[in-house]
Design a protein around this ligand. Structure first.
Ligand code: SF4
Length: 674
């Protein structure tokens, strides 16, 4: 069904999209990635909405969306637009419409763009299960044609653009029953509306395929691009991870979803959704857009393509047989979640500090411990410190990983015999520079009972090297030796493709370190956070990676924590409660930011459960997709609670709702004492 979706998965080449005007702002084509956000004020409060729109524009937001939940709010957009323009800001405004064609028709008179949700435009969602025959399905499409065409014609007449904004979890009953709540369903949902717009020769369209799960979101965008290609459509893409929540986790999820697609060459405008002040979204979005512009500025004579084991449209782990890294059950392979390695920032000579640092982390992080401790071996005299540490950390750390950074080419540059107390993995960059060194390194690892780690890249796979790798006494771990002209995501993908092609299903170690940076303009932690999210997220969402390390945050505990957060963001390994929280908008019925914090405080220890905090009952239940429990505003001051998609408690006073949520989790047998 789907074929390809980008020029190359081994280079970052921008997709060719059509140019669409949003007022005076051009998006798509070769125009910069446009930054957008959404107001959180009540649209009827014109003064507050104007103020927030201006704040966003001043912060660098290029497109501002405002909710229009009814016709009166849509009318208020006229006044808002007038006042924003009078204040000297020409930032294009977008009306956010759910359900009501009448509100969309009114809004189109006042703002530059209208966003509709194809899952609920002129459709009441009833969660009905029924089989649609082909003729019944066609009748539904005809009904859609009747209800959607007036908006298309109005936008065409007034020169307005439109976003067909699909959200995972809020697909129409018709699409859900035929395609499921899946990336395919999301793509088809948008295409039905696009075909109607095209029948009127209207093309000022932008598409989005948002989900709170970056894996679903990435697949949906790739799929819709591939399906559009088959119908000669080239509409620009608006990227976003919806209901991402707040803080570091939200930034990780957004960077995984948006950043991975930008690196694939997809995306013309982006919104980073945060349950925070919307102004906080802008610097994150700008950082992502800057990366994309830098990646795409490299010219490539020919797109590089390789045969891959990975299916970019449907998640599956790459083939990797089980391998034990410790005697107490730490295994890697496609049946096991990825393991975590964290780097100690102390030099090996500071053995006491390392031992103390590890002890503190392991006590405070029982659910997300350091599994592999990465240590730098700078010189041969460090070997005795290593022996001390190896003995002292036995039982405290499942396995040690030694990064052999020595450059002397004598026998000391290979792993020495050490007391076999704690499993040891040995990485030597130098060992893989030529075949003689590699053979010598592997022999010594074998004799010393140590697990070899090899740094390779696509240039490593000569016939003699493949022959050597095919006949090893033990399975090596593989990591990337980056090439100067290649980003690390492409490098790892090429490595995975080469290993599969030569039937070498060795575990891959994704390293978030200085040499694998995707963007080296600044050294702020926020920049490293985005880079690590994109590198790890792109690969993990492709099913690539058996081990993950973070090595550049400056302290062991932070390296450990970030690695687990990256794995959770990519849904590769769940180590804590997963929170989904809408960013809030003019429909929101309670203070989302403080409520989300209270819910987090009460339930943040429930590993493996997904809890959604949604501001309104109109969209909340539909859009919380795969949450186990939902906390949803139903009326001012009143909350409804959900188990999955079922509403089980209604109209609870807001000040009692968090306690009732805890009680509900207890009743469902999912509670554990903090
Ligand atoms: S779920 Fe949240 S962001 Fe979405 S419409 Fe409701 S209040 Fe607004």
């Amino acid at each position: 069904m789907a074929s390809s979706y980008c020029a190359s998965r081994f280079q970052s080449i921008r997709r060719k999209s059509r140019i669409v005007s949003i007022g005076n702002l051009l998006t798509g084509g070769t125009h910069p990635v446009r930054i957008q956000s959404m107001t959180t004020t009540d649209t009827m409060d014109v003064a507050a909405t104007v103020r927030q729109t201006i704040e966003l524009a001043e912060a660098g937001c290029e497109i501002v969306r405002i909710t229009a939940p009814n016709v009166r709010a849509a009318e208020a957009l006229g006044e808002i637009a007038k006042e924003v323009r009078a204040a000297g800001f020409d930032v294009p405004l977008v009306a956010d419409i759910h359900f009501l064609p009448s509100a969309a028709m009114e809004a189109a008179k006042h703002v530059e763009k209208v966003r509709i949700n194809p899952g609920n435009y002129a459709d009441r969602k009833k969660f009905q299960i029924r089989e649609y025959s082909d003729s019944q399905y066609e009748e539904e499409i005809e009904r859609l044609h009747q209800s959607f065409s007036p908006l298309v014609l109005r936008c065409k007449e007034l020169g307005r653009s439109m976003r067909i904004g699909t959200n995972h979890g809020s697909l129409s009953d018709r699409v859900m029953n035929r395609f499921g709540d899946s990336p395919r369903g999301m793509a088809e949902s948008a295409l039905e509306f696009i075909r109607i717009a095209r029948s009127h020769n209207y093309h000022d369209l932008v598409l989005s395929m948002k989900a709170s799960n970056p894996k679903v979101m990435i697949e949906a965008y790739r799929l819709v691009v591939s399906l559009m290609d088959q119908e000669d459509m080239d509409y620009p893409l608006h990227l976003g991870v919806t209901e991402a929540g707040d803080g570091e986790d939200a930034r990780i999820k957004s960077a995984i979803g948006i950043g991975s697609l930008l690196l694939d060459g997809l995306g013309d405008t982006i919104r980073v959704s945060l349950t925070e002040d919307p102004v906080a979204e802008i610097p994150v979005a700008c950082d992502l857009a800057r990366r994309a512009q830098a990646w795409w500025s490299t010219t490539h004579s020919e797109p590089v393509n390789m045969v891959e084991e990975v299916d970019p449209f449907s998640f599956q782990r790459r083939n990797c047989p089980e391998l034990s890294l410790s005697s107490d059950g730490h295994q890697v392979g496609d049946k096991h979640p990825p393991l975590v390695i964290a780097r100690s920032t102390h030099p090996l000579s500071e053995t006491a500090q390392i031992i103390q640092e590890v002890a503190q982390v392991q006590v405070s992080a029982k659910d997300a411990p350091v599994e592999g401790l990465l240590l730098n071996l700078e010189n041969s005299s460090d070997l005795r410190h290593l022996a001390t540490l190896r003995a002292a950390l036995f039982g405290a750390v499942p396995f040690l990983v030694v990064d052999d950074l020595r450059d002397e080419a004598d026998d000391d540059s290979i792993p020495p015999r050490l007391p076999n107390l704690t499993p040891l993995l040995w990485h030597s960059q130098q060992a893989t520079t030529d075949e003689a060194s590699l053979a010598r390194f592997l022999t010594f690892c074998d004799q010393a009972g140590q697990q070899p780690i090899l740094s390779l890249n696509e240039d490593s796979f000569s016939a003699s090297f493949i022959a050597l790798l095919s006949n090893l006494p033990s399975t090596p771990l593989i990591t990337l030796s980056p090439k100067a002209d290649q980003n690390a995501v492409s490098g790892y993908r090429a490595l995975a493709a080469n290993l599969a092609q030569h039937n070498l299903p060795f575990p891959l170690w994704i390293r978030n370190n200085q040499t694998n940076l995707l963007f080296s303009d600044d050294d702020l932690f926020s920049a490293r956070l985005l880079d690590s999210s994109i590198l790890s997220g792109s690969l993990l969402c492709d099913g690539i990676g058996e081990i993950l390390s973070v090595e550049h945050t400056g302290e062991l505990n932070r390296n450990r924590g970030l690695a687990y957060n990256l794995l959770q963001g990519a849904r590769a390994r769940i180590s804590k409660t997963e929170f989904v929280a809408c960013p809030s908008c003019g429909r929101t019925l309670f203070d989302l930011q403080s409520t989300t914090q209270r819910v987090k405080q009460a339930t943040g220890h429930l590993k493996g459960i997904t809890i959604a905090v949604m501001g309104c009952i109109v969209n909340g239940p539909g859009e919380m997709a795969d949450a186990d429990f939902g906390y949803v505003g139903s009326r001012p001051g009143k909350i409804d609670l959900y188990v999955g998609k079922n509403r089980v408690k209604t109209s609870i006073p807001e000040n009692d709702a968090v306690d009732q949520l805890v009680q509900l989790i207890q009743e469902e047998g999912k509670w554990i004492a903090p």
